[in-house]
Write a protein that binds this ligand. Structure first.
Ligand code: BES
Ligand code: MN
Ligand code: ZN
Length: 488
């Protein structure tokens, strides 16, 4: 975790290993860049005249040992054309600046990018976004890597904040800790991060935050409760299922309840997935990871709300004991469900966890899940899929996504889609037809949340960055914390 501090000195005499300043295209310096330029007898202007520094948005140039400055390094960041500068460009430039720091032997950084005016955004927003970008870049997965010899690592980032006196940087630290926890749990391999490990992590979280109470339900209790769908998914695994409940009682109102899909590895079961890309299914517990991250952030922020996080943690494996296509299982809610695909397992563990959640009489109930490939087809990796019957709740979540730049896009849950789940052998099936797969999954969950103020977030496209070095993103912790901050 990085430390964040407000910055008081001016660019030429700040005591940091590196100073970040922005320049616009057409040789327009920001005020901090102009101060550096003056102190260094025109270095920046000369570099812009020669074309070495263009100011194009997101470009970065690292300068060493510039005369007249106390910091040994300057990172010049392009902000693009001044008249086109907006929040999106601010974020792009900020993120590129922090990416450019990776691998540099710098311990402290002083950034003046936050001084630049961003249309329609205030200083608090600039500080939170900058701090989160810095921490996101600084995160390194090391859990299963050989210990590296000691190197200089980034420890502290100072942001120029003008006369701002608020608590944005403390808030950002809490959110960053939640995001980092969600990323770390997501990235851990499934032979370590199995259901029992997730249960232990909840106990660890409660140890860090005594205001969080943890309860772990074991298989026997799930049998007593009649969680036939969750138990069917877990049947093929030697790792016993766990239902983890984390209860943060910062207020006395009805609880905000979050349910996160915790499939610690999704082989597909008897409907086994193709080998290519199966390793990515270690990320199938990222919904659960985001609930852990959210609880971490909520506890650090000491929000005056009652917040409950529930994560069903289960592994989906093929085995002689596995559930099969055409099995009919009875859910805790009493519905009989025909299994037409054992790879549509997420909704099966979620439906029993959602039914369990009803005992807490939620103010609002939100589930988060890497639920469908269809959602990735629909929205790509930019937006989380949001489904809800409640327009006000949907609008609140969309707005929280905009502010936090952790965005969602709404898909419909019209009755017209429900018929896809019909079957002659049970109350309904666990899959719909060929099309609209993200929505039919939402429809399935909707049958277990009737009468609730409920939303479903499909994070299949947003929970991790694909690719060989794919890493968890910690989404949608940012959006959900932002939404909760508006509920006080
Ligand atoms: N965990 C997957 C969804 C998924 C797929 C997330 C790819 C991210 C990337 C889920 O359990 C699954 O397998 N869903 C099936 C549902 C289908 C069988 C109706 C899918 O999307 O193919
Ligand atoms: Mn699956
Ligand atoms: Zn899955």
């Amino acid at each position: 975790m990085l430390e964040f501090k407000p910055l008081t000195g001016r660019p030429k005499d700040v005591a940091a290993s590196l100073v970040i300043v922005g320049v616009f295209e057409e040789r327009m310096l920001t005020s901090a860049a102009a101060e550096l330029d003056a102190a260094s007898t025109g270095v920046l202007k000369r570099l812009m005249e020669s074309g070495d520094v263009t100011g194009r948005v997101g470009t970065t140039s690292l300068l060493h040992q510039v005369g007249g400055l106390s910091a040994p390094r300057v990172l010049v960041v392009g902000l693009g054309e001044q008249r086109k500068f907006d929040a999106a460009r601010f974020l792009r430039a900020t993120r590129e600046a922090h990416k450019a720091l990776k691998g540099l032997p710098v311990e402290t950084v002083a950034s003046y990018l936050t001084e630049v005016e961003v249309p329609r955004q205030d200083m608090a927003w600039k500080l939170v976004q900058s701090a989160l970008a810095a921490d996101y870049s600084a995160y390194k997965y090391t859990a299963t890597l050989k210990a590296r010899p000691e190197r200089v690592e980034l420890r502290e980032v100072q942001f120029s904040a003008g006369s701002y006196q608020g608590d944005a940087l403390d808030r950002a630290t809490a959110v960053a800790a939640g995001v980092a926890l969600a990323r770390e749990l997501g990235n851990l391999p499934p032979n370590i991060c199995n259901p029992a490990y997730l249960a232990d992590q909840a106990i660890e979280l409660a140890r860090r935050h005594p205001e969080v109470q943890v309860q772990v339900l074991e298989r026997e209790e799930m049998e007593t409760l009649g969680m036939g769908a969750l138990l069917a998914v877990s049947a093929g695994s030697d790792n016993a299922p766990k239902l983890v409940v984390m209860d943060y009682k910062g207020g006395n109102g009805k609880p905000f309840v979050f349910v996160g899909k915790g499939i610690t590895f999704d082989t597909g079961g008897i409907d086994i997935k193709p080998a290519a890309g199966m390793e990515e299914m270690k990320f199938d517990m990222c919904g659960a990871a985001s609930v852990f991250g959210l609880m971490e952030a909520v506890a650090r922020l000491k929000l005056p709300l009652h917040v409950i996080g529930i994560t069903p943690a289960v592994e989906n494996m093929p085995d002689g004991k596995s559930y099969r296509p055409s099995d009919v299982v009875k859910t805790m809610a009493g519905h009989q469900v025909e299994i037409l695909n054992t790879d549509a397992e997420g909704r099966l563990i979620l439906c029993d966890a959602l039914t369990y959640a009803l005992r807490f009489e939620p103010h609002t109930l939100i589930d988060i899940a890497t639920l469908t490939g269809a959602c990735v087809v629909a929205l790509g990796t930019v937006a989380t899929g949001l489904m809800s019957r409640d327009d006000q709740l949907a609008d609140e979540l969309l707005a929280a996504g905009e502010i936090s730049t952790d965005r969602a896009w709404r898909l419909p849950l019209w009755e017209d889609y429900q018929s896809q789940l019909e079957t002659g052998f049970a109350d309904f099936a666990n899959i719909g037809g060929k099309y609209g797969g993200a929505i039919t999954a939402g429809c399935f969950l909707g049958r277990f949340t009737e009468g609730q103020r409920w939303a479903h977030l499909d994070i299949a496209g947003t929970a991790w960055d694909a690719g060989r070095k794919g890493t968890a993103t910690g989404r949608p912790v940012g959006m959900l914390v932002q939404w909760l901050l508006g509920q006080k």
